[in-house]
Design a protein around this ligand. Structure first.
Ligand code: X5A
Ligand code: ZN
Length: 608
């Protein structure tokens, strides 16, 4: 098999049972006879292949302080995930799809020290015992009792004691309930009055099979436990199963995928089912079941969209993975294989929707969704995301990316310039950008690309949106398109945060009113600045924004100046971790501890 045209190429090794001639951009990894697998060993002198996840290769030495590996998932100062780069040979574990993270990682305490840090430690060769957080997957120093990112206890039983109490046997019963109830739903829908149109929830436990084969020193944040955690939280609240109508997944067809993806995407994903492990980019993995999971995720989203548009369901929540919004026309990336929201939008159009709104509140810009609909006036894409002038993954989504080739104004980007953004900024942006544009557009159905990685406690997003904030945003969108609202899970990597956020959102779908947060919405200065920037740009396409802009100028103009003065007085005391990135922050904490220790002081915990 020859290398495909792109720089990543396709490296097929023994164990990949594929005769396909088609090119693929997935790197595929074989399983060796002894159960270990390895990648093709590339030329170590080739600098283009020797990069880590973040495109830089630091060296901590074998006793490096932090075992944080290739996973610069946080993406601070990192846009290189867009380009594909090589990977080094690693050890592989046997497959562990039915194990929880804790099972897998408690087996072996020794983290392999991989050297790809993007910062230089002050001191090298200082052995420190590390643990990773079962709730958010981030690495911690042994001294810490609570995770420095999310606050979870080191000995958390979150994965053991019922929190994820939805193992496969119980998921089976969901499938049964689902098929029984499908009949009921069909029956009720054939009546003209459709008495109990309910909230539909799409879930299928085969999506849990998608997991990373390669054992890294840290678990991959996009892991099966994410769905287990949300499902368990919904079950505990009596919401699902219980108050929602379950929808079983079906695989999306090739024809449906072709509405939004090129053959390159479709075939490269398909090919991964022939291999034990494949990589599209260093952070976007596949195992032999990933292609199936991706087709089920997309199929569920398509079915939900058409059920909601045609009135068979009131609204819905797609509890799916792998996520989708980074998957573009051709490429899988950013943990995403097929673009679920795009497929859903297309299914709604097939069902008759003329205008589709996609609101993307995942903390990352949905570059894939933007690319797919860039030139399309029938699909309005509005994304709010951490951007930092292009330094935050995936680097796209500046305010001046507005659509092209007649689609200008049908792409609206709200790019936050920093981390730590919370409810107030989001709701402020909803009030002044998202809702005015959305009402003027008047969609026939609204799809939310609902990542919960802007949630408080998320290890990648490092923002501060609360479950109440997500509930409020859902409420604000639910009066559009006669309430035809489909929420699709995208990212979100703190199990507790995603569970409580998703539960709060579904409660709103079920008709519960969140306590209003609309009074006293005071944006941050930078949030206000972003909103004003966006209004300046989008106001040429959405006339209604003109009055919003002048209104804001008069109400908040002086506030912006005040804040600047206040900021000048502020001293930089402790690094704000969302600014420096978690690795640097952890190193700061560590070096501070080591300094104190070496001076004979008691170990000080500086951050709790
Ligand atoms: C779906 C999602 C994040 C990718 C981050 C890669 N992807 N550094 O949240
Ligand atoms: Zn995300």
């Amino acid at each position: 098999m020859s290398m495909s045209g792109n720089i990543f190429g396709m490296i097929v090794l023994e164990g990949c049972h594929s005769d396909h001639k088609a090119s693929s951009n997935a790197m595929q990894i074989s399983r060796l006879a002894n159960g270990e697998a390895e990648t093709n060993i590339h030329d170590p002198n080739d600098p283009t292949l020797e990069q880590g996840f973040n495109g830089r290769q630091g060296n901590l030495g074998s006793g490096g302080i932090i075992a944080s590996t290739c996973h610069d998932y946080e993406g601070s100062g990192d846009v290189s995930g867009i380009s594909t780069d090589g990977m080094t040979s690693k050890k592989y574990s046997r497959q562990h799809e039915d194990m929880t993270l804790q099972d897998i990682y408690s087996k072996e305490g020794d983290f392999d020290d991989e050297d790809d840090s993007d910062w230089e430690p002050l001191e090298k060769h200082i052995p420190v015992v590390k643990w990773f957080c079962v709730n958010c997957t981030m690495v911690n120093v042994d001294d810490a009792i609570y995770c420095h990112i999310c606050g979870e206890h080191k000995e958390s039983g979150i994965l053991r004691h019922g929190f994820l109490a939805l193992p496969s046997q119980e998921a089976d019963s969901i499938l049964n309930i689902s098929s029984e109830r499908d009949g009921e739903l069909e029956a009720s829908c054939s009546r003209t009055s459709a008495p109990h149109k309910s909230t539909a929830v799409g879930f299928d436990d085969r999506m849990l099979l998608h997991s990373e084969v390669e054992r890294k020193s840290l678990p991959h944040p996009e892991r099966p436990d994410r769905l287990r955690a949300i499902a368990a939280s919904l079950a505990t609240a009596g919401i699902f199963p219980g108050r929602c109508h379950p929808i079983t997944a079906r695989e999306i067809t090739r024809e449906e995928l072709q509405m939004v993806h090129s053959d390159e995407n479709i075939e490269s994903v398909e090919l991964t089912s022939q291999c034990v492990a494949s990589y599209f980019t260093p952070d976007t993995y596949a195992n032999k079941d990933s292609a199936l999971a991706a087709r089920l995720a997309a199929g569920l989203c398509a079915d939900l969209a058409s059920a909601i548009y045609s009135g068979r369901a009131k609204n819905g929540f797609a509890l799916v993975r792998p996520p989708g919004h980074h998957a573009g026309v051709k490429q899988a990336m950013g943990f995403c294989l097929h673009n679920n929201a795009a497929v859903a939008a297309s299914a709604a159009q097939v069902a008759g929707a003329k205008k589709v709104l996609i609101v993307d509140w995942d903390v990352h810009h949905g570059n894939g969704t933007q690319e797919i609909f860039e030139q399309n006036k029938a699909v309005l894409y509005i994304s709010l995301h951490r951007h930092e002038g292009g330094r935050f993954y995936p680097g796209t989504g500046a305010a001046n990316e507005v659509g092209s080739m007649g689609g200008e104004g049908f792409c609206v980007n709200v790019p936050w310039s920093r981390g730590g953004v919370g409810d107030n900024d989001y709701i402020f942006a909803f009030e002044h950008i998202v809702l005015p544009i959305a009402y003027e557009f008047a969609p026939d159905i609204t799809i939310i690309s609902a990542g919960f990685d802007a949630a408080r406690g998320d290890p990648l997003g490092c923002c501060d949106v609360t479950p109440a904030g997500y509930a409020q945003m859902t409420k604000m969108l639910s009066s559009l398109s006669s309430g035809k609202l489909l929420v699709i899970l995208e990212g979100g990597y703190n199990l507790r945060s995603i569970s409580s956020s998703a539960t709060a959102v579904i409660k709103v779908l079920l008709g519960e009113s969140p306590e209003s947060m609309l009074e006293n919405v005071v944006p941050s200065r930078s949030g206000l600045q972003t909103v004003l920037d966006v209004l300046m740009i989008q106001n040429q396409f959405w006339p209604t924004l003109g009055s919003v802009f002048s209104d804001l100028q008069s109400r908040w103009g002086s506030f912006a100046c005040q804040e600047i003065k206040r900021k000048k007085r502020r001293r930089f005391v402790v690094p704000q971790w969302w600014k420096v990135g978690r690795k640097k922050f952890l190193h700061y904490i560590l070096s501070e501890q080591l300094r104190l220790n070496s001076k004979g002081h008691r170990k000080a915990s500086l951050w709790f």
